[in-house]
Ligand binder design. Sequence first.
Ligand code: SAH
Length: 456
Amino acid sequence: MLKKNEIYKTEITGMTSDGNGVCKINSIAVFVPYTAIGDILEIRIVKVLKNYAFGIIENIIKPSESRISPDCSVSFKCGGCVFRHINYKAELEFKQQKVYDAVTRIGGIDGSLVKEIIPADNILSYRNKAQLPISYDKNGNITLGFFAQRSHKVISTDFCFLHSNDFNSIIDAFINFANKYNLTPYDESSHSGLLRHLYMRHAMGTDQIMVCIIINGKSIPHADILCKNLLDANSKIKTIVINENLDKTNVILGKKCHTLYGNGYITDILCGCLFRISPLSFYQVNRSQAEKLYSIACDEADLKPHETLLDLYCGTGTIGLTMAHSVKKLYGVEIIPQAIEDAKINASINQIDNVEFFCADAYEATKKFLANAVRPDCIIIDPPRKGCQPELIGLISKNLIPSRIVYVSCDPATLARDLKIFEKSNYKVKEIIPVDLFPRTSHVETVCLMSRVEGK
Ligand code: SAH
């Protein structure tokens, strides 16, 4: 039995799906964060559970060949990157294996269908979105940064290797302004203070920036000076918005926005289409990799001009709209009303008129399509992490039966679970392609093509 605070010499031999290293001590699996396969370490046991334990590095005796020295001052503290200490090649191997393990072990699918992961061209400064919590530093000055892992303690930093470089000057200008006018940061425990988050988005295809200040209040003092200071700091800013969040909640955004400067949104170009991005709308955080993801999904869909395409869980319509020109008719379904409003605007600014968007639950909408004799030839499914509703899979695979299904997933485990159900009724997985949308984190996106089994 392992005990807390014991120290062991060990070698890291595997990784968990969330990026922790794994070693075996007395036949018990011990998870050690920020390690690499091949590391020979002394570790300290910090937590012992029934069948496994957690450890931390006490001493690196012999580093793995994939180790690099972490370049970030808040590495291992902030909850963002888990892989700043290993090279990108090792990270890609981990992601490839994560998808392979999930689909073979959970899905029972032939592993040779998993193609080589599509790497990112850029592993730095790729994030087009930042939401930074604001607090006091130890000297009582306003600061901002990131929440520590599994905590709401703000780790102060004005720089992030993953964010757009353009955010740095905006952060500086904002902090100077907040300190100069003695504004108060929001305090979760007492539900007091004004400034909750500084939120920025950078449409990298058009080079437009949105700044949104999330406040526990209705207005910000000296808003005109704030706007001037921000615009002086970065001339790419096209709009500045206040988001009111008066609730005692850890949800970042409130429902109400008002615009201080510009028209409240920015516009990006993705796969040749224009997309309007407002503070509340969903947009992929890594634009250049999203373009690769969508074009792979489009190739897999292999659409024909006479066909009907259904885009389920469509968000603001991005995937379907980039394919609309290849089909006769596109339907999109999404549960969030604001996203559907954006999707309709996105269709109109791109002069796409062969599309109908519905604000509904994916299952309920699909039932209606069936009742109204809408028969898509191809369905794109891009659900949240929890995957598809089982009743929706049943309806698609037994009643709607399109010839192809393209499943875009941000969680290999739920993807694998769902593929197994599809394979039991009428569908065969043809190809699984991992795409790295989130370098330096343990997340991986996957595109999977399924075809209807012939004769059905
Ligand atoms: N395809 C989009 C968004 C994918 S994110 C893109 O690539 O940009 C998943 C989306 O599913 C979210 O927008 C979420 O609001 C939506 N969603 C979640 N549950 C849903 C449900 N039951 N029915 C329909 N949409 C749902």
